[in-house]
Design a protein around this ligand. Structure first.
Ligand code: DGT
Ligand code: CA
Ligand code: CA
Length: 575
């Protein structure tokens, strides 16, 4: 699948275009950014879209116009893009990696290149060590410090990839293996099965009586960039998305123990093994052995837990956070599932910075079997996201009413906005506008570097208006990219409880709030909204990542606002 590779190139073009000063550059930047998001989040391989329908099919993708479709075609055919190479000549530094650092934008990266010859992260580190950036005009101590923090944060990612960037490829590989005719079963284990927000590598497990053929097939897959190791039953490769992948062919008799072992986490395994030892067993990746050395594990993971007097639990729970004890007490909760979700309460359209119309978004949600979506376009504080004014929202509401009429109760678009929580905690739409909304989603976007108490007070003040239904991405973090702002989330949860505000589990690369924060605030009587923050129809599919995170935070269906059917939701939201 070339989706990520092509999305990265289009994105890099956008970043380089942002340095150009011809009149239409700004619009081009937006167009390329939009297209990159579309390609990067596409469900099917872009090469298949092209093979099936040519340039026309590419142009049907939201945000992909004629010239970008031509660029994709050129890249698929030649492995190159003339436009990209032309820009690269002009900006011959690693702009993608440099601008991925929090606190370092394209313009600053360009100046660092021009004045200090900084071409990549290594050069940047050296310049910081030598304190050269602080001395540059327009940078200063504070700027250098910010870049340094950003670099440190990136390094702490330690080469882990966001699950959103890894899982589509993993799915594709599992599918190909299962369709190869060579395997009885192929499945994903490791952190990806546990839906961790980042993965260090992928782990694939296979049952097959033709292991060597499986190794040949696997190492020749189109996703494979290089072979790291190849053996008769085990191999490791480097994938073209920049991630390693392990594969193991296992015996059917011990598949249960192997799946349990390789799903992890390691800390969970250590706890389970201790229980096994206490009961006179030996447990490892090859099986569950009794005192006579007989493997009693079987081919199912369930039988391993059962033999140890434990209840099976979803992989997302296996992080040694108390789930082992719950399993021994047979008290594993029934976690919320993708099928429980009845709608999405945070979505955008072309009206602000989305790529699809309101009608298209509604139709896509209907196709997923949803009963509703909230239309939550941006507000004036975000001109870069084309935020709408009070007056424009009045028009949008009329449009929503009209659309709902044509839908005749089969589906409902809820009136809303992603309303900015300003620096002083005020909301940037009039109360009279907000009061017309079924679902107002409050969010902090700007001025995020304030001290903890100020930020906490700011958000609480917004919640205390009683005009917000959902607090979007409550900590402002982005996985591998941006740290959370300073905020006392428990105090925010307390205010959310008092005001009947749901906290969002944002399923984009924000993954905000994350699993541990869900656990932290679960003790408050609040609901959670698992939302995709969709900016294009295909984004609704990202719900799986939000669900994964919610399950990692042990959420059950009754804690999820958008697991409510429409009538109950309306009641809950009404003030
Ligand atoms: P990752 O790849 O860093 O995102 O995390 P995992 O959990 O996928 O870890 P990985 O790929 O190193 O190993 C897969 C699983 O194998 C891991 O979750 C648990 C199991 N495992 C690996 N090493 C050990 C070990 O030393 N002891 C035990 N008990 N289990 C291990
Ligand atoms: Ca792994
Ligand atoms: Ca591994």
């Amino acid at each position: 699948m070339k989706n990520k590779e092509i999305a990265d190139i289009i994105n890099e073009i956008a970043t380089m275009l942002s340095l150009e000063d011809f009149a239409t550059a700004r619009f081009e930047v937006r167009a390329y950014q939009k297209a990159a998001l579309t390609v990067g989040t596409l469900q099917e391989p872009i090469e298949e879209v092209y093979q099936k329908g040519g340039v026309e099919a590419l142009m049907e993708l939201p945000g992909v116009g004629k010239s970008i479709a031509a660029l994709i075609e050129e890249y698929l055919k030649t492995g190159k893009s003339k436009k990209y190479e032309m820009l690269k000549k002009k900006y011959p530094f690693d702009i993608a990696s440099l601008t991925a650092i929090q606190g370092l934008g394209a313009k600053k990266a360009l100046r660092l290149y021009q004045e200090l010859k900084i071409k990549n992260i290594d050069d940047l580190k050296k310049a910081i060590e030598q304190h050269k950036i602080a001395k540059l005009e327009g940078f200063g101590e504070k700027s250098e410090e910010l870049i340094k923090t950003g670099l440190g944060f990136m390094a702490s990612g330690g080469g882990r990839m966001r699950i959103q960037d890894a899982l589509p490829t993993a799915d594709e590989m599992i599918k190909k293996l299962n369709e190869s005719g060579l395997v009885e079963k192929a499945m994903l284990a490791g952190s990806a099965r546990r839906m961790r927000e980042t993965v260090g590598d992928l782990d694939i497990l296979v049952i097959s009586n033709k292991p060597e053929k499986v190794m040949d097939f696997f190492t020749k897959m189109s996703n494979v960039e290089a072979i790291i190791a190849k053996g008769p039953t085990r191999s490791a490769v480097r994938l073209n998305i920049g991630l390693n992948c392990d594969i193991r062919v296992l015996e059917p008799e011990s598949f249960g123990a192997s799946v349990q072992y390789f799903t992890g986490s390691k800390d969970h395994n250590i706890q389970v093994r201790t229980i096994a030892v206490g009961k006179g067993y030996k447990l490892n990746e090859y099986g569950l052995f009794n005192k006579k050395g007989k493997n009693v594990g079987g081919s199912e993971e369930e039988s391993i837990y059962e033999a140890l007097g434990m209840q099976w639990m979803p992989p997302e729970m296996r992080e040694a956070r108390g789930e082992v004890k719950l399993a021994q007490e047979h008290k594993i909760p029934k976690l919320v599932d993708v099928n429980d979700i009845k709608g999405d309460l945070h979505s955008h359209t072309k009206q602000s910075d989305g790529a699809n119309t309101l009608e298209e978004m509604a139709e896509a949600a209907m196709k997923l079997g949803y009963e509703y979506i909230a239309n939550t376009d941006h507000t004036p504080n975000l001109p870069i996201a084309n935020g709408k004014s009070d007056k424009e929202f009045e028009q949008i509401f009329k449009k929503v009413d009209k659309l709902n009429e044509t839908l005749k109760g089969k589906f409902r678009v809820l009136k809303g906005a992603e309303v900015d929580i300003l620096k002083n905690g005020a909301l940037d739409l009039k109360d009279s506008t907000l009061k017309q909304m079924d679902c107002a989603v409050g969010a902090v976007h700007m001025n995020t570097t304030m001290p903890k108490k100020e930020m906490t007070d700011r958000i609480i003040k917004a919640l205390d208006t009683g005009l917000i239904h959902v607090l979007a991405h409550p900590t402002g973090r982005k996985v591998n990219e941006r740290q959370a702002y300073q905020v006392d989330l428990e105090k925010v949860a307390e205010a959310a409880e008092r005001n009947n505000v749901a906290l969002e589990v944002n399923a984009t690369d924000r993954m905000d709030i994350n699993d541990t924060n869900i656990m932290l605030v679960s003790k408050y009587k609040i609901l959670f909204a698992i939302d995709t923050d969709a900016h294009r129809t295909q984004d609704f599919f990202n719900i799986r990542y939000g669900i994964g995170t919610a399950r990692r935070g042990w959420l059950t269906k009754d804690r999820v606002l958008n697991a409510l059917p429409l009538d109950k939701l309306i009641k809950k939201l009404s003030r």
